[in-house]
Design a protein around this ligand. Structure first.
Ligand code: C2E
Ligand code: MG
Ligand code: MG
Ligand code: MG
Length: 289
């Protein structure tokens, strides 16, 4: 029997309740259908309030340890999964794992929020909204603890159906973040039309912002725009202190990146949180870079 929250590592073809994903994922990647399909699990990366150093939440990131290939690049995994019904199964698994994890953290006195990523097709039917509502109720997790990260590419495919799904989730209290902001199309339309609570500045801009004045300008403008619209803004890909300081000066609310912590399994996160001490808090918004 599966242990709740433990990475599922049984043989391909075996199922834990509600979990149809591993065998078909293995097949999609040419894994040995008779052997071990490897482990699918969630890693969690802390998100830190820039001004105070407080941990405000985590982003759940999918990991697949292939029996022969080792860790598979998540972007490659998603790209391949999106071409088949596997994506739907993966997303079901992600939702189950993350909501269950939220319940465990809550029971342990950790008031964490978690964001999970969803893919293009996940939003084309109401299935994901039904599943999320069901799991939140079943695990007794308040919807405000959960956030969905959607990419602009996902919105483009079928804006109306996507809008219907996320509006439903927004109404029950689940937060909606626009991920990878600046890399898609019609960004400003989305900001205006969608019930968003957060904008995430794409790491491609953040990674370059200390060296490249164009990247820095894009990051600053995005932060300004998000704030003007009353949205929380989170930067991803913060790898050094200089970037952190620049983001603070620009008024960014929160950040995630290797400077703070890499994505890690849930058990490691608990230990990391116990060790974590905020860095010296930064003062006003006018510190030199
Ligand atoms: P994303 O949602 O934009 O996630 C942020 C990515 O930035 C993650 O890559 C994270 O590990 C990486 N990152 C965080 N801090 C740093 C840093 O300081 N430096 C650098 N260079 N990278 C950093 P990851 O985990 O490889 O995931 C890649 C993408 O795969 C995600 O981008 C997301 O689009 C997709 N993805 C991951 N998990 C899921 C999932 O469960 N469902 C779906 N649909 N997509 C997922
Ligand atoms: Mg994301
Ligand atoms: Mg992103
Ligand atoms: Mg991305």
């Amino acid at each position: 029997a599966a242990v709740p929250g433990e990475p599922w590592s049984g043989p391909a073809g075996a199922h834990r309740p509600g979990d149809e994903v591993v065998p078909s994922t293995g097949a999609a990647f040419g894994g040995d259908p008779s052997g071990d399909a490897g482990e699918i699990m969630m890693y969690y990366q802390p998100q830190i309030a820039i001004a105070t150093g407080e941990v405000v939440g985590v982003e759940a990131l999918l990991r697949w340890r292939h029996p022969r290939r080792g860790m598979v690049d998540p972007e490659e995994l998603i790209r391949v999964a999106e071409q088949s019904a596997v994506m739907r199964l993966l997303t079901r698994r992600v939702v189950d794992d993350v909501v269950e994890q939220l319940a465990k953290w809550s029971a342990a006195g950790l008031g964490l929020r978690a964001a999970l990523n969803v893919s293009v097709r996940d939003l084309h039917t109401g299935e994901i909204a039904d599943q999320i509502a069901d799991r939140l109720t079943r695990y007794g997790v308040v919807p405000e603890r959960l956030q969905l990260e959607i990419t602009e590419g996902a919105l483009m495919a079928d804006p109306r159906r996507v809008l219907t799904t996320i509006t439903r989730l927004h109404r029950i209290g689940v937060g909606i973040a626009l991920d990878d902001f600046g890399t898609g199309y019609s960004s400003l339309q989305h900001l205006r039309r969608l019930p968003l609570s957060e904008v995430k500045v794409d790491r491609s801009f953040v990674l370059g912002m200390t060296e490249d004045s164009d990247d820095a300008a894009i990051v600053r403008s995005t932060i300004g725009l998000a704030k003007a619209l009353g949205l929380r803004v989170v930067a991803e890909g913060v790898e050094d202190e200089k970037t952190w300081r620049m983001l603070h000066a620009a008024g960014c609310d929160a950040a995630q990146g290797w400077f703070y912590a890499r994505p890690m399994p849930a058990e490691e996160l608990v230990a990391w949180l116990a060790r974590y001490r905020p860095l010296r808090p930064l003062g006003g918004h006018d510190e030199p870079d």
